[in-house]
Design a protein around this ligand. Structure first.
Ligand SMILES: NC(=O)c1ccc[n+]([C@@H]2O[C@H](COP(=O)([O-])OP(=O)(O)OC[C@H]3O[C@@H](n4cnc5c(N)ncnc54)[C@H](OP(=O)(O)O)[C@@H]3O)[C@@H](O)[C@H]2O)c1
Length: 297
């Protein structure tokens, strides 16, 4: 099977290309950084996986137009190209953030999207464009992954790993939260199944591991992966919140936004995709995290 992948040099692209190559797919790595891609894209490939996107920028240095330019305009261009091509399958990597920034309960595909950030809004606009133009002879999948982790991931999990490995105590133990993660292994598996199973209907699918975990669970797992007991301190939440507020002004590593990221609830249901694939996710939430933590060493 021939597959075109955009955004191949990124975290997901690197892992997915490797995974699909192992499964005997022939990959065309397509950068959308300049307009040459329109001449080089393989219009006879079996599938197009569109990963290229402007990621959520926690430093808030980008303006809203930059998100719409990449996440909407570029998606529109490559999707139009797919519609004219002989390719049968299109996979668009959207995000759960296209739906909600704050989740109460469990996020499903039935939730009405109300994204607040330019990142989420630009992803949602691209989703709408695609959903309004799905021809009957092609299969089109919009995936909404939650936080993805795996080898090469430089996000908050890597930060936590550095903290625990250096023996620092985790001071946010008094915060009780529950959140979903997505192992790159499970994401690659889902994409491979979508490429091969021709009866899975086009549409929007959340992607997450089976079980959600608290940040305290994650800290314990980090300790296990390092062969030592994690130190979890239950510093009163109101003290931590005060420190985080000072961090907003004094530019400390802990500020309100990072505190929110580390302690928020964000549980995502994967029932629709698991039911569609009719196979269980290959790795459990714990196993996936252990694989990622081992890769950080
Ligand atoms: N990581 C997560 O937790 C997560 C969660 C939900 C959704 N997603 C989505 O999944 C996709 C892949 O995520 P990732 O973590 O692999 O992101 P990443 O590491 O930031 O890689 C994104 C890729 O997009 C391409 N890109 C970025 N800006 C571009 C621009 N201005 N013009 C053209 N191409 C540009 C680049 O590919 P090239 O330079 O190779 O062309 C880059 O390597 C993204 O669309 C992201 O929004 C990620």
């Amino acid at each position: 099977m021939k597959v075109v992948i955009t955004g191949f040099s990124g975290f997901v692209g690197t892992n997915l290309s490797h995974y699909l190559e192992q499964a005997n797919c022939e990959i065309q790595s397509l950068s959308l950084r300049n307009d040459n891609w329109k001449e080089t894209i393989d219009l006879k490939a079996d599938a197009v996986i569109h990963l290229a996107g402007k990621a959520h920028d926690l430093k808030k240095t980008s303006n809203a137009e930059a998100y719409f330019e990449v996440n909407y305009e570029l998606t529109k261009k490559i999707y139009d190209c797919f519609l004219k091509s002989e390719s049968e399958v299109f996979v668009y990597m959207s995000s759960v953030k296209a739906v909600k920034d704050i989740v109460e309960g469990v996020l499903t595909e039935e939730d009405v999207p109300t994204p607040v950030t330019a990142y989420g809004q630009s992803k949602l606009k691209a989703e709408h464009y695609i959903l309004n133009n799905i021809p009957p002879n092609k299969r089109v999948y919009i995936l909404r992954p939650c936080m993805i982790h795996g080898p090469g991931n430089k996000g908050n999990l890597n930060l936590l790993f550095q903290l625990v490995s250096k023996g620092f105590p985790w001071p946010l133990g008094s915060f009780q939260n529950q959140r979903s993660f997505l192992s790159i292994e499970n994401l690659c598996f889902v994409i491979q199944e979508l490429l091969h199973q021709k009866t899975i209907p086009s549409g929007v699918y959340n992607v997450a591991d089976d079980v959600s975990l608290s940040t305290n669970n994650v800290i314990e797992l980090l300790g296990e992966s390092l062969g030592k007991k994690s130190r979890i301190w239950k510093v009163p939440a109101h003290w931590i919140k005060t420190i985080a507020k000072s961090g907003d002004y004094l530019h400390l590593p802990l500020n309100t936004e990072r505190l929110h990221k580390l302690t928020e609830n964000y549980v995502v249901s994967n029932h629709k995709i698991v039911k569609a694939i009719q196979k269980p996710m290959p790795v459990s939430s714990r196993e996936g995290l252990m694989i990622t933590f081992t890769s950080f060493r």
